[in-house]
Design a protein around this ligand. Structure first.
Ligand SMILES: Cc1cc2nc3c(=O)[nH]c(=O)nc-3n(C[C@H](O)[C@H](O)[C@H](O)COP(=O)(O)O)c2cc1C
Length: 164
């Protein structure tokens, strides 16, 4: 079966909208379903304290409780997993998700948004955590909402079409 005929789910967390922008772009290009992860208790400041709060959560390996969701990853063949980079790692909500769900035998595509530090350890750690799957691609964007949405959207479209 062609990858484009497989069932696709985009699982993502976004605090300030960049990762959400990319996730919605993938949805439009690939015809995938969307699952936005929402911690019941999330960062509640946009100021400097967000780095302290969020960074601490990541470094302590927190797995915040998530709002319930109605999409079951078992029902999909390809999972796109997207995260902002926090303290050079993936966001706590993604940590919650991959430990809650038993993800095996899927094709996985990773995407992330960062502020210039690259994906850090996020992709390599996710690949380790998801080792019972086949990671078929990854892409990262530097704050696409600030640095040019059109350019990011064009790069995204080209990449998604190459992967599928
Ligand atoms: C708690 C916290 C930690 C962050 N740590 C990093 C980092 O280590 N490296 C980096 O390049 N950007 C870092 N950022 C910036 C975000 O990764 C970046 O702005 C991203 O585009 C935000 O995605 P979002 O809008 O989907 O939340 C951090 C942001 C927050 C809130």
């Amino acid at each position: 079966m062609q990858s484009r005929d497989l069932k696709k789910l985009i699982i993502f967390y976004s605090f300030e909208g960049n990762t959400k922008f990319i996730a919605e772009g993938i949805k439009d290009i690939a015809g995938a379903d969307l699952l936005e992860l929402k911690p019941k208790k999330d960062v509640n400041t946009k100021g400097f304290m967000k780095y302290v709060w969020g960074g601490t959560q990541v470094i302590m390996g927190k797995k915040p409780e998530l709002e319930s969701f109605d999409k079951n990853p078992d029902n999909y063949d390809i999972l796109f997993i997207g995260t902002p980079i926090w303290a050079s790692r993936y966001a706590p909500a993604i940590n919650s998700f991959i430990h809650k769900e038993s993800i095996k035998g899927k094709k996985i595509v990773l995407f992330c948004c960062h502020a210039g530090g690259g994906n850090g350890k996020a992709f390599s750690t996710l690949k380790e955590q998801l080792k019972d799957n086949d990671v078929i691609g990854s892409i990262e964007f530097q704050n696409p909402l600030k640095n040019g949405k059109d350019e990011a959207a064009a790069r995204l479209e080209k990449w998604v079409k190459e992967i599928l």
